[in-house]
Design a protein around this ligand. Structure first.
Ligand code: NAP
Length: 474
């Protein structure tokens, strides 16, 4: 069985403990993964700390070139990268390939962004006390970044942290999700080949509590960038004190469908939004509010299309839905479906599991207080509810502790404007599902969906410190 070690200072570092990594689909062990101790995490932090000043001095064009080299290497190892993702997550291979393509684009954006990190001049004489001064801002790297990532996009969400960190001259310690260490270790080695100096990027595998706490509590770490669940995010924020944090957390993303929308045109997008990656997407389509005029027709066609999805082996290119990430997540999802059933909601399709695969499940008339509505399902479950006006739909969407993205399909400019003004989320997507994301757009939530923004330029802003320089000419 392949054994994977920590990656510190450009070398593999062995640990005392290793734990088996299981395929979510076959439940067979696929690797033995190093379990880092607190001391080893501190060793990785030291490596980043010791390399940060040297790396901060590297000219922008050289940092950009390293990122470009990583892009070239990733293109070369495209299929291997997709297989690693499928192996550790059971993401169907077609979607894993999609993730690798996006990862390449994310690092490409980072390479480009490395060349345009700059401040602005300030018109000091706009204040009577500022006459005779000129000044400008500069953006400096923040230092050492602790990056903690989730399992669901193990390569591209790592890229959303490592890409901007390196683009802006920071060193990083990466702690990937315990279920997905392989993608992270693969990328770290790729960066060494791309010319990244040893010590700038270190990868520490092991439980969130040990490794995460060591990162969050260490004074040499200047910022934590975290993507994951709201509960862990709040825990990190509480421990981080004055340390800068970016938190990209969960949601129960919603879509509004207005009357007069061409249903045929939107069904495939809705299926993709609700069920791709088994619904394990932070902006997965979880709640649909459909105008009563087309509610019945939409529901019928959506159910029909969903029933056609192929379930099975994630390595089969025809597979659309495979295993959930863990048996616990499967049990939790089945319990939530059961709760919905017991409370007069109707299961229109799905609701059952075979092996570790949950059938794509559509639930009608689930009340707002049920878990399938108000919590993050993070599995292939979607609810449909009838509404009588766009105002009513907006109030349902906003009745949530989360606020990441929301979508509205409408032919009415008035309703699109109303939705864009009234929806309390990080992004309103007009005439598409809330699941829409490309990697350079500002991305992040309000309410319990988090704080801060990713999308390379916006992450670079988070990962740099603004300094003002004032020249007195008097
Ligand atoms: P998770 O359980 O919160 O884990 C995320 C990361 O945090 C993992 O690396 C985990 O390590 C680590 N962790 C666990 N406990 C920790 C602690 N006490 N201190 C520091 N780190 C700790 O989330 P997940 O199940 O991997 O991912 C699913 C969640 O991510 C969903 O809620 C989803 O919405 C969210 N997500 C959000 C976005 C976004 O951009 N907003 C994108 C993708 C996913 P272990 O694996 O070792 O426990």
């Amino acid at each position: 069985m392949v054994k994977k070690h920590l990656w510190i200072n450009g070398k593999e570092v062995q640990t005392e403990d290793y734990s088996p990594l299981y395929s979510p689909y076959t439940r067979e062990a696929i690797a033995e993964i190093a379990v880092a101790s607190k001391e080893q995490t501190q060793q990785a932090i030291k490596a980043s700390f010791d390399s940060k000043d040297g790396f901060a001095k590297m000219p922008a064009f050289e940092r950009a070139q390293i990122l470009e080299n990583a892009v070239t290497l990733l293109r070369k190892h495209f299929d291997e990268a997709a297989e690693i993702i499928t192996n550790e997550t059971s993401k169907p291979i077609t979607f894993s390939k999609g993730e690798v393509s996006r990862t390449i684009e994310t690092y490409k954006f980072a390479a480009e962004e490395a060349k345009r990190i700059h401040g602005e001049t300030i018109p000091f004489d706009a204040a009577s006390g500022g006459v005779g001064r000129v000044g400008y801002t500069v953006r400096n790297p923040i230092g050492v970044i602790g990056a903690i990532t989730p399992f669901n996009f193990p390569m591209n969400l790592v890229a959303h942290k490592v890409g901007p960190a390196l683009a802006s001259g920071n060193a990083a310690v990466l702690k990937p999700a315990s279920q997905t260490p392989l993608s992270a270790l693969f990328i770290a080695k790729l960066f060494q080949q791309a010319g990244l100096p040893d010590g700038v990027l270190n990868v520490v595998t092991g439980p969130g509590r040990t490794v995460g706490d060591a990162l969050v509590e260490d004074e040499r770490v200047n910022m934590i960038t975290f993507t994951g669940s709201t509960s862990v995010g709040i825990n990190i924020r509480n421990k981080a004190k004055l340390k800068k944090t970016t938190l990209e957390l969960g949601s129960n993303a919603a879509l509004i469908i207005d009357q007069n929308v061409n249903i045929e045109k939107i069904i495939d997008r809705c299926v993709m939004g609700a069920f791709s990656n088994q619904g394990q997407v932070c902006i997965s389509l979880q709640r649909i509010y459909v105008h009563e005029a087309i509610h019945e027709e939409f529901t019928e066609k959506f159910v029909e299309a969903t029933k056609k999805l192929k379930l099975g082996d994630p390595f089969d290119p025809e597979t659309y839905i495979s295993a959930l990430i863990s048996p616990d997540d499967l049990d939790r999802s089945l319990n939530w479906i059961e709760e919905a059933k017991q409370n007069n909601a109707r299961i229109l399709t799905g609701g059952k599991a075979s092996r570790n695969i949950l059938e794509p499940t559509i639930i009608q008339d689930a009340a707002a207080e049920l878990k399938v509505s108000c919590q993050e399902v993070f599995s292939p479950i979607v609810t449909i509810n009838k509404v009588f006006s766009i105002e009513e739909a907006i109030s349902h969407v906003n009745h949530s502790r989360f606020g990441l993205q929301a979508g509205i399909y409408t032919e009415s400019v008035t309703n699109a404007l109303l939705a864009s003004n009234k929806l309390h989320v990080g992004a309103v997507i007009i005439n598409d599902i809330p699941t829409f994301r490309v990697d350079h757009m500002p991305y992040g939530g309000v309410k319990e969906s988090g704080t801060g923004r990713e999308g390379i330029r916006f992450a670079v802003e988070e990962m740099t410190e603004l300094k003002l320089i004032v020249w007195n000419q008097n």
